[in-house]
Design a protein around this ligand. Structure first.
Ligand code: SF4
Length: 211
């Protein structure tokens, strides 16, 4: 069944109380925050990022900072030894290769140590305001459940969504699906009976639920 993308996104926006995407003017902070956000809660990421940027705010400063200090500052994000090393390596590479400025193209971003497509696309969207589709677990799960795509990996989902979703929606797509995935379309036991897009959702329609 063809999907009404605009209606789906409108319903998601309504369900998350109109929460809108917030774009940053600091791509470096977006990059570092996204690295710190892996496998932790948003509140922990925010605390670690704030602590780090209160002390060091540029790639040059973090590249030159003692690793022990970075570890201490990013500790709230969890896996802090690995993340501190990664943050320092990325900063050093940006200084070395790009004069301390975060590159604004996907190819250069994914060439940074430990930076994958999701992180790179987050930097493009949230740091530079460039249309891209960061695919995290929520975007991958919801897109497949609804039937916007039928894919086995986040990389395949990104490519399929680029074809399925008009570009004008790309900037807000990640934000909306993350919020919706945290509030309604949960990983386990999604709240389908509260979901206004259920009549367009393959996951719901495949089950013998009352409409
Ligand atoms: S109907 Fe259920 S599975 Fe489908 S999008 Fe809504 S909450 Fe998710």
């Amino acid at each position: 069944m063809p999907k009404d993308i605009s209606a789906i996104l409108r319903a998601m926006k309504k369900a998350v109380q109109g929460s809108s995407v917030v774009l940053s003017k600091d791509p470096f902070m977006v990059l570092i925050a996204t690295v710190l956000s892996q496998r932790t809660r948003d509140a922990n990421t925010a605390l670690a990022t704030d602590q780090l940027f209160e002390r060091y705010s540029t790639a040059g400063e973090i590249a030159a900072a003692p690793l022990a200090d970075i570890r201490k500052l990013v500790r709230p994000a969890g896996f802090y030894k690995v993340k501190a090393k990664r943050v320092k390596e990325i900063s050093a590479r940006i200084v070395e290769k790009n004069g301390g400025v975060v590159p604004s193209d996907l190819e250069s971003l994914v060439s940074l140590p430990g930076v994958g497509r999701k992180t790179a696309n987050c930097v493009l969207v949230y740091g530079f305001g460039v249309e891209a589709i960061p695919v995290d677990v929520h975007v991958h799960r919801i897109s497949n459940r609804v039937g916007l795509v039928k894919t086995a990996s986040p990389e395949q989902t990104e490519a399929a969504l680029e074809k399925a979703i008009p570009k004008k929606h790309w900037i807000e797509l990640n934000h909306l699906m993350v919020k919706y995935g945290q509030a309604v379309c949960l990983p386990r036991n999604p709240k389908c009976m509260q979901c206004e897009i259920r009549r367009q959702c393959n996951y719901f329609l495949a089950k013998p639920h009352p409409m």
